[in-house]
Design a binder for this molecule. Structure first.
Ligand SMILES: [Zn+2]
Length: 551
């Protein structure tokens, strides 16, 4: 059994080696627009660690830090054009572009945070703009000022090493002239300007110890200002800002995207500053690969996003948690909404393995399910497998409104569940979930489903289709009518019996046999898996339809 290990166990072991009194897991996000589901990779890793560590009796704090103090570099296309006047202003100071929310940052942050309960997330929310107002942060800034030479040396070693000679020289010169501290101008409210594509930040140029004042130059006002450290709106440059936050919050673990976690990158620079300047060991580094949307990288500022809310319209949150948590962080994930039925099948198998309803599961699968399944749950009190309508049925039911009324659909759906789970009744709560699943499936069909999931049943069969049926195909249809009149079948039984009928009728290959049924019902040669599809339909209607094909 020792050979089997799930990635998250290794991460937990490494964290426990630190043996801290309190484990602080941190995650962060800048808020330049609509936030896509990519952030869930980081959040689900954090939340999974929290769950496991808490189960082991650790005292765990989980923070989600919203970087609302970052200045706007550009705006996505769905933001009014006159917002360009706010370029250089921190997102926390820019008004909300829509009717809700105080600021730009708050609007988009709330859009994300409001989905957290649905995904089983409950981190403590912190705002960078507020952290920078605390006495503790002001003191950290004073430490940075005091030990600026050490910081400059670390930055030159780590950042300078990645630049060509000319750029490294310029970097060195800039560092020597300024402090790694940006300032929001007291007059115009900007932290930086962008000139010909180049970002020019307002930096602290000098510090006057006697009066505890900073001197800075605003590149927008073209003016020099002097302000007390306590009054000035300061922000550490980001390679210093990150370790400052780790030190301030005593962070013991923080995952970060692969771009920052490469050897010698921003994370390593931060760890060095954290240890050497602040005297704090810093967090355990967990690097992760992007969560991609199909074949593209999602980009908030370009508006290439698939949001948590868009996901909730089509899928169960547990399935997304599973998709992310099961994958080791350094392996990339492509989320493809058109694959949703497959994701759901994989998730439901893990669920069955966990609850011992999957006899063919091997030891490795059982071991993984025991660790991963509890991490997928939104409602962590679930003690038994939940009877639920399989998505493939929901997809069909969601498209039958033209030939069956809602009540009939619900009765058929309950029949399906009763048969699969061998239960006599379906509870109110389960009924509500059936309805929700059918709604989600309907949304999925409208927006993302591949053609073979789409059903469009005409009120009667096309004459052409009738005329083109061969004698063998007609025999198949006749025998299926007889079969349906015999009684109740499970999905598998029905599928197998139809298969046998087709094989036993001579002169017809299996494909042609199946095609004839689809043609009669859907007017096309393919459709959802026949067993589940036929069971979803009203039996009398179905028999009538098949009979009409023979007339
Ligand atoms: Zn200014």
């Amino acid at each position: 059994m020792n050979a089997i290990k799930v990635w998250i166990e290794e991460a937990v072991e490494e964290l426990l080696k630190r043996n801290p009194d309190k484990i602080v897991i941190n995650s962060g996000k800048s808020i330049s627009g609509r936030i896509h589901i990519g952030i869930f990779r980081e959040l689900f890793i954090c939340d999974s660690l929290r769950r496991i560590l808490e189960k082991k009796g650790c005292d765990v704090e989980f923070y989600f830090l919203l970087d609302d103090y970052d200045p706007a570099k550009r705006f996505p296309s769905y933001i009014p054009a006159d917002y360009n006047k706010y370029i250089g202003v921190p997102f926390s100071d820019i008004p909300s572009p829509f009717s809700e929310g105080e600021s730009y940052a708050e609007f988009f942050a709330n859009e994300l945070i409001s989905t957290f309960p649905s995904f089983g997330l409950n981190p403590k929310i912190l705002w960078t703009s507020k952290l920078y107002n605390t006495v503790e942060m002001k003191n950290i800034i004073r430490t940075v000022i005091e030990r600026v030479d050490e910081i400059r040396n670390i930055l030159i070693t780590y950042v300078g090493g990645t630049l060509n000679e000319e750029d490294a020289e310029e970097y060195r010169r800039e560092l020597a002239e300024r402090y790694p501290i940006n300032v929001v101008c007291q007059k115009c409210g900007k932290m930086q300007v962008i000139d010909k594509g180049k970002i020019i930040p307002n930096r602290v140029l000098n510090y006057i110890k006697e009066t505890d004042e900073v001197v800075y130059y605003c590149h927008s006002c073209l003016e020099e200002f002097k302000e007390k450290v306590d009054d000035a709106r300061l922000k550490l440059t980001w390679r210093v800002d990150w370790p400052a936050k780790w030190f301030l919050l005593k962070v013991t673990c923080e995952p970060a995207g692969k771009d920052h976690t490469v050897k010698g990158g921003a994370y390593d620079t931060g760890l060095r500053i954290c240890r050497d300047v602040f005297g704090y060991e810093g967090p355990v580094k967990i690097g992760y690969e992007w969560l991609r949307y199909g074949d593209v990288d999602m980009k908030t500022h370009k508006g290439i996003v698939f949001t948590p809310r868009e996901y909730l319209e089509i899928g169960q949150p547990e399935v997304l948690r599973y998709l992310i948590i099961r994958t080791p962080p350094l392996k990339h994930i492509s989320f493809r909404p058109e694959f949703l039925p497959q994701y759901i099948d994989e998730y439901e198998r893990v669920e069955r393995v966990f609850f011992n309803y999957q006899p063919d599961a091997n030891n490795e699968e059982k071991y993984e399910a025991n660790i991963l399944y509890p991490l997928t749950l939104v409602d962590t009190n679930i003690k038994n497998i939940k009877p639920r309508l399989p998505f493939r049925f929901a997809v069909i039911f969601s498209q039958l409104k033209d030939i069956m009324n809602q009540q009939t659909i619900m009765i058929k759906a309950q029949d399906v569940i009763k048969k699969i789970y061998k239960i006599p009744v379906v509870t109110e709560a389960e009924l509500k979930e059936i309805e929700e699943t059918i709604i989600k499936a309907g949304n999925w069909v409208l927006k993302y489903a591949p053609e073979n999931y789409k059903i469009n049943i005409s009120s009667k069969i096309d004459e052409d289709i009738k005329e083109n049926l061969t004698e063998a195909q007609k025999t198949v249809i006749k025998k299926i009518i007889e079969l349906l009149s015999e009684g109740d079948f499970t999905e598998e039984e029905l599928q197998n019996k139809i298969f046998t009928i087709i094989k036993n009728v001579g002169g017809l290959n299996v494909k042609k046999g199946f095609e004839s049924i689809y043609m009669v019902i859907l007017g096309k040669k393919y459709g959802p898996r026949l067993g589940s599809f036929l069971l979803s339909l009203d039996r009398d209607w179905l028999i009538e339809r098949l009979n009409s094909a023979l007339k």
